[in-house]
Design a protein around this ligand. Structure first.
Ligand code: CDT
Length: 310
């Protein structure tokens, strides 16, 4: 038996601060049309797709910060994307900065099914970077300042004939993100990212940026018997270089599709959701082989031991 979902991973090249939402949505629609022409069921876009990666800039004026946030979804500016998807009969997932009616700020992503229904929402939990500006950096990473920690945990939803879930960028480096969805039987995880090549606090990691991206996507897929679709916003955005390496990873842990450029590029793969079954039923049969009592026991006895600062 097979349950094929054809996925289009819609990598996006740089989006500058001066680029309008309308211009970005136009690029997204172009990739969506390519995906539909190739028979894709779903097209997946990066984290914070609609704007430049604004946490690289320190802004004090909340009105200015809020210009990067969406108060409603769809809005007048994003409606053309939703309308085109409905016309094409294609699902999609993308990230955006969400400002709720209560004034809360989240780094959010959505799954919209082929009928245009918003089936799933996720708010980023692992917010990297720092809260206070660090003037020594050429580029800030102020996610902790501009967003609240997501309050929805990691759900999974019936979509595209299987169980789909989401995480956002830095979440992919943490095994807990995959495992919480793995414990709910997830079969396909969508993860958009904006990953600068240069990591100011640890520049010795820079040469490993793509390797670490692949490492976590592949390990997360294999260890949870799930497909993982990792989609980057990349290229040189306002002088800041970000990695591409958009990848579609099978439950085997193998990368079966990967981008070749640092620009808008669609990576397509036919993904059989039934390939998840043998991993979930054997090596990673959680009911049979996980030992949560033992995981907890030593931590409860000793507490969490943190490395010293030096
Ligand atoms: N957007 C985002 O979460 N970016 C972070 C950069 C951290 S630097 C290691 C990421 O994990 O890719």
């Amino acid at each position: 038996m097979s349950r094929i979902v054809t996925v289009g991973a819609a990598q996006m090249g740089a989006i500058q601060r001066a680029d309008s939402r309308a211009a970005v949505v136009k690029r997204m629609i172009e990739l969506m049309r390519q995906a539909a022409a190739h028979g894709c069921d779903v097209v997946v876009y990066p984290e914070l797709t609609l704007t430049t990666f604004f946490p690289r800039w320190f802004m004090e004026n909340q009105d200015e910060i809020d210009t990067f946030f969406e108060r409603e979804m769809p809005s007048n500016e994003t409606a053309p994307l939703f309308n085109e998807a409905a016309r094409l009969g294609i699902g999609f997932s993308f990230g955006y900065a969400e400002l709720t009616p209560e004034g809360r700020h989240f780094n959010t992503s959505l799954i919209v099914d082929k009928t245009g229904r918003q089936v799933g929402k996720y708010r980023k939990i692992h917010l990297p970077g720092h809260r206070e500006p660090e003037p020594w950096r050429a580029f800030q990473h102020l996610e902790k300042r501009y967003f609240e920690v997501g309050d929805l945990s990691w759900g999974v939803w019936n979509a595209f004939g299987g169980l789909a879930g989401m995480m956002i960028c830095n979440d992919r480096r943490w095994p807990e993100s995959y495992r919480v969805m793995g414990l709910q039987g997830v079969e396909m995880i969508f993860v958009g990212y904006n990953t600068p090549r240069h990591n100011p606090p640890a520049p010795d990691h820079d040469r490993l940026s793509e390797f670490h991206n692949q490492l976590v996507l592949q390990a997360g897929a294999y260890q949870n018997g799930t497909w993982v679709v990792g989609v980057g916003k990349c290229g040189v955005e306002e002088g800041c270089e970000m990695i591409g390496a958009t990848s579609i990873v099978a439950p085997t842990g193998e990368i079966i599709g990967q981008s070749l450029t640092q620009e808008d590029e669609l990576v397509i793969a036919r993904c059989d959701l039934d390939l998840t079954k043998s991993y979930k039923a054997t090596t990673f049969n959680f009911d049979l082989h996980r030992e949560p009592d033992q995981y907890r026991r030593i931590v409860e006895q000793k507490g969490v031991i943190r490395p010293s600062a030096d």
